[in-house]
Design a protein around this ligand. Structure first.
Ligand SMILES: Cc1cc2c(cc1C)N(C[C@H](O)[C@H](O)[C@H](O)COP(=O)(O)O)c1[nH]c(=O)[nH]c(=O)c1N2
Length: 210
């Protein structure tokens, strides 16, 4: 039996406040085994029917990394073109990935074909497989921050391209591409807020009572 005291709860709250999506990484590499440890923590996450549908691919090969970066650049250029005027000008100033600098690259997939969990909880909501993987990524994000490691989620990518580049089974659905490394700076404010793209709003805006 483990008990958590007020000091711990206060600390945990700080962890949530200081977790950031990181796009600016220092060049120093991660300690041996750091990404494996994060994956082990992620595997403690809840999953529908205990299906553990998360699949992790560490990407160390330079040619594959390069291909991911090229896909990001193409997708980001398309995204910029979809905006106009002042919004486009602001979008152009944003840094939306740390792919070029991050020492660690980790792709995360959901295995849609696995029968681990025997389908429990998925019959009417098959998307709970993907939700489970996102839950694992969130755990990893927080665990990383607790070690002073930054994680950045990149979704400005073409899933089919990522599949081809990483040569993974067709039943795996691409969920996230994560950049991992030590952040250049620590901050308690989202970078998109600092860049005046969007602001974090209070819970009251998103809560209904019935
Ligand atoms: C599913 C999903 C997908 C993405 C993101 C997040 C999530 C949850 N985020 C990070 C996102 O911009 C960030 O979480 C918010 O701006 C809030 O900032 P903090 O995470 O609190 O620092 C993100 N950031 C980025 O620079 N490029 C990206 O492609 C994405 N994609």
């Amino acid at each position: 039996m483990v008990e958590f005291d007020d000091a711990f709860r206060q600390h945990l709250r700080e962890l949530f406040v200081w977790r950031r999506d990181v796009r600016r990484f220092r060049s120093d590499s991660l300690p041996e085994g750091a990404i494996d440890r994060l994956i082990e923590t992620a595997c403690l996450s809840p999953s529908v029917g205990l299906s553990q549908p998360w699949r992790f691919v560490t990407v160390d090969d330079n040619a594959r990394r390069r291909a991911v970066i090229d896909d990001f650049k193409a997708c980001n250029a398309d995204a910029l073109n979809a905006y106009a005027g002042e919004r486009a000008a602001r979008y152009a100033t944003l840094k939306l990935s740390g792919l070029e600098q991050a020492p660690g690259h980790l792709a995360v997939f959901a295995d849609k074909a696995s029968d681990i969990g025997h389908g429990l909880g998925r019959a009417t909501m098959p998307e709970t497989t993907e939700y489970s993987v996102v839950a694992a990524i969130t755990a990893m994000w927080l665990a990383a921050r607790a070690e002073g490691i930054g994680l950045g989620w990149v979704s400005i990518l073409t899933p089919a391209r990522i599949h081809t580049i990483l040569d993974v089974p067709g039943t795996w659905k691409f969920i996230a591409y994560l950049c991992i490394g030590y952040p250049e700076v620590e901050c308690d404010q989202p970078e998109l807020e600092q860049a005046k793209w969007e602001q974090r709003r209070g819970a009251g805006e998103f809560t209904l009572r019935r």
